[in-house]
Design a binder for this molecule. Structure first.
Ligand code: SAH
Length: 446
């Protein structure tokens, strides 16, 4: 009997990374690895990395430091580094800096690890088995053939990358340099994958792309996100469809009408504005003005009344004056988003902003600007969520946290409730008894 090998997988960053990690986990389990929460007793540790901000990068250095010590104690430990830190071409430089890392994998590509395991971990077993038993070899082949993103366990919602990479050069953003050019996946492959997920019990899919509303623009056929969603909507057993992240310039009325028309598509749009001042937007090369953005928000709200609208904002972009920041603050107050991911600007290697602009807003000033937006948003959400008090909302139950069930509404509201039954994956009506800016608590109705 072979000793079961254990893997520990650590992930930071966006949903795309989460999807890549889940896919890798399925591959590792296909070839017989078991997951362990303890990196100390793992045979394989993989860090799936994010470098979109310096802060994320620093966390990885911390992790790498402790892995160096672990490797010194246990030279048999295999260490893999995956994701945007590796990008499409950073591996040789990283190998030089972190010689104790065994394998480097670009985003969404775990092949180097599977090949490495085949050569190093399993070579002996494969040789021994060569004559009598081809099972391990078959399993490795199965792992390689696994479609991106098969789920393990009893997950209810799944991330499905539909557009990989990005070809839009926002001046602040490192992603195009690390995830390569924009590539839409073929509709058939996506549909096969979602069918598999649904047969495994998945109820909700989140379609992912850096500019998800550009889906199909690079395919030769006449494909679009709304067309794809219409096909996905036909899948029996699937209950909910979400998509993110949309770029304002590519959001069409056709897509909005599709969201409004189809029952399974959540009225939930993630559409980063990044800044509320036209000069800052131009410096970011976002390709729209505040007026364009506000008109789009009106269009969304006209076509999909009550739609949830989430956004991303960067504060302290090079040259952003106090008045320019105030324009962003005003936009936040005017639009009343349902969620804002606020980031302090962070210079990223090779980006246009780093090459051509000076990071001249101090960190204290950035923190203050972030706090100002945070506070404004807190009040908005407190008020918005209070209006849900006493309402009965439909919640798809995703999991438990500290003995309490939680799930989301179609509008992406996070709802907690107590119930002794096993409700995982069920849609439950919950009467809201308590609200806070970031979540709701209620009682399940029968
Ligand atoms: N593709 C998406 C966003 C991808 S990155 C889009 O079109 O907007 C996720 C978020 O991280 C961005 O929306 C941005 O708000 C933030 N971000 C990206 N680069 C950053 C940087 N250099 N500094 C601070 N925040 C950044």
């Amino acid at each position: 009997m072979l000793k079961t090998k254990k893997y520990h997988l650590w992930t930071i960053g966006c949903q795309m990374n989460e999807a890549d990690s889940r896919h890798l986990a399925s591959q590792l389990e296909t070839i017989g690895f078991k997951s362990t929460p303890e990196p100390d007793n793992a045979d394989l540790v993989v860090l799936n990395t994010c470098v979109v901000r310096q802060q994320a990068e620093n966390k990885i250095y911390g992790r790498l430091g402790s892995l160096k010590t672990a490797k010194e104690k246990n030279p048999d430990l295999t260490i893999g580094l995956m994701g945007c830190m590796v990008g499409m071409k950073e591996a040789p430089t990283l190998k030089h800096r972190f010689p104790y890392v065994d394998v480097f994998m670009p985003p969404s590509d775990s092949t180097p690890l599977i090949n490495y395991l085949e050569r190093h971990h399993f070579l002996q077993e494969l040789r021994n088995q060569e004559k009598s038993d081809r099972r391990l070899r078959d399993k490795i082949q199965d792992a390689k053939n696994l479609l991106p993103m098969n789920q393990r366990g009893n997950a209810v919602t799944a991330f499905v990358p539909i557009v990989l990479g990005c070809s839009h050069a926002c001046t602040f953003c490192i992603i195009p340099y690390r995830r390569g050019v924009e590539r839409s996946r073929r509709p058939n492959e996506i549909l096969t994958e979602i069918n598999t997920l649904v047969s495994q019990g998945i109820k909700e899919v989140m379609l992912l792309g850096q500019i998800v509303d550009r889906y199909g623009a690079d395919l030769d056929q006449n494909e679009s996100l709304s067309g794809l969603i219409r096909k996905i909507h036909e899948i029996d057993g699937l209950e909910r469809i979400r998509f993110l992240t949309s770029h304002p310039n590519w959001m069409t009325d056709d897509l909005l009408y599709t969201v409004e028309e189809l029952d399974k598509v959540c009225p939930h749009i993630e559409i980063p504005v990044q800044a509320g001042n036209n000069n800052v937007l131009a410096n970011m090369r976002r390709g729209y003005t505040c007026e364009d953005y506000c008109k789009l928000i009106d269009r969304i709200r006209t076509i999909i009344p009550g739609a949830t609208i989430n956004t991303d904002i960067i504060v302290g972009f090079p040259n952003e004056s106090h008045d320019q920041f105030n324009d962003t603050y005003q936009l936040v107050k005017d639009i009343e988003f349902d969620k804002i991911h606020i980031s302090k600007y962070s210079t990223r290697p090779k980006t246009i902003a780093t090459r051509k602009m000076i990071d001249d807003v101090t960190d204290d000033e950035k923190t203050e600007r972030r706090n100002i937006i945070d506070e404004a948003q807190y009040e908005i959400l407190e008020r918005k969520n209070k209006s849900l008090l006493g309402q009965t909302l439909e919640v798809l139950v995703e999991n438990k946290k500290k003995d309490r069930w939680f799930g989301r509404t179609m509008h992406n509201k996070l709802v907690f409730f107590d119930d002794p039954r096993n409700l995982l994956g069920k849609t439950i009506h919950v009467k809201i008894g308590k609200t806070s800016p970031y979540s709701l608590i209620g009682d399940p109705m029968n």
